[in-house]
Design a protein around this ligand. Structure first.
Ligand code: EPU
Length: 301
């Protein structure tokens, strides 16, 4: 029996990935798996690791560019790992919860700490795995510990120091984030917390192209600089390949004007990287994850 039989209940063999992508780009997944709880996630991850083929984790789809060809690699989507448990300042949240909803809910309850991350899309697990953030803070600032379903089939709680949080980076062990525990104290001035969130959202709407599909900032900021400003200075804003465009509003966004293809977005990414390297000597680091499709060799299928 293969893992396909063991996890048939939670497997979709024909899932349109474009629907799960903020870019609205993506082919069909031939094994899209939505485990029902953390224990099942651990069993699944162990089975996939034993099978020895590549596999991936998809959170909210806010920070990935997926190939529009068919994907044979199993894709684990922890969207059913929901729920919130509170114990004073501590808030434990399932990885599949919507992050913007969490930010709004805790601000409404008068807790502070997440309002600086207002406007960042995604699911809690992905936000954690990427250490998402912006100019006002990053997710790691509030983390107490992180639960991971590891490839040896265990559920492990890692303390903040063990996660290896860096700038848009973590050193989590291979596996899937299943839950996080955050410290979110009650604010003395809850109105001020909500005001800070509203102000950050207002500024983003002014400076970022939020009406068109995209994965937000494509590149991490180079040390001491801004990728958006750099791309602007290189004169690349407004450059188009097919329906993919470097946003005229913010240089670090590549937007989908309607029917953009994976290869078109990738061509713009490559062009920006080449220009930044040749004209400025800067090696930009991709913040978004690019997912080429993996095709199972014919003899294995
Ligand atoms: N700028 C330009 N031209 C542009 C874009 C920006 O001159 O086309 C200038 C701005 O005027 C500003 C500076 O560059 O002086 C920085 O720009 P901005 O304030 O927009 O912030 P950022 O560094 O580009 C970061 C995060 C964003 C986050 C914002 C606000 C990274 C790579 N980006 O952007 O995150 O929304 O701060 O907190 O850290 C994302 O991760 O997807 C993302 C969009």
């Amino acid at each position: 029996m293969s893992w396909r039989d063991d996890f048939a209940d939670i497997l979709d063999a024909d899932r349109d990935l474009a629907e799960s992508s903020y870019y609205r780009i993506g082919g069909r997944a031939r094994a899209f798996l939505e485990p029902r709880d953390a224990g099942e996630t651990a069993a699944l991850v162990a089975a996939l690791a034993r099978a020895g083929e590549p596999w991936r984790v998809l959170g909210g789809g806010a920070n990935v560019l997926m190939d529009d060809a068919d994907h044979d690699e199993p894709i684990v989507h922890p969207s059913r790992l929901r729920g919130r448990v509170e114990d004073g300042e501590l808030v434990r949240v399932g990885a599949g919860e919507s992050f913007p909803r969490l930010v709004a809910d805790v601000a409404r309850e008068g807790r502070e700490g997440l309002e600086t991350l207002a406007g960042i899309p995604g699911q809690v697990g992905g936000i954690c795995a990427m250490n998402a953030g912006g100019r006002h803070g990053e997710f790691a600032d509030r983390v107490v510990r992180v639960q991971v379903a590891t490839t040896d089939g265990e559920l492990r709680w890692l303390a903040r120091d063990e996660v290896g949080f860096g700038y848009r980076h973590t050193d989590l062990p291979a596996g899937v984030v299943t839950a996080v525990e955050l410290r979110l104290p009650f604010a003395s001035d809850p109105e001020a917390v909500r005001g800070r969130a509203a102000e950050i959202l207002r500024r983003k709407k002014e400076t970022q192209p939020l009406r068109l599909p995209s994965s937000g900032c494509v590149f991490a900021n180079p040390e001491g600089g801004s990728a958006g400003r750099l791309i602007d200075e290189l004169g690349l804003k407004g450059r188009r390949v097919g329906d993919a465009e470097i946003s005229p509003l913010h240089g670090n966004f590549i937007v989908n004007l309607g029917a953009a293809r994976y290869a078109e977005v990738l061509a713009l990414i490559d062009e920006i990287e080449a220009e930044a390297a040749s004209r400025r000597g800067i090696a930009l680091r991709r913040e978004i994850r690019v997912w080429p499709a993996w095709r199972r060799p014919a003899e294995m299928s």
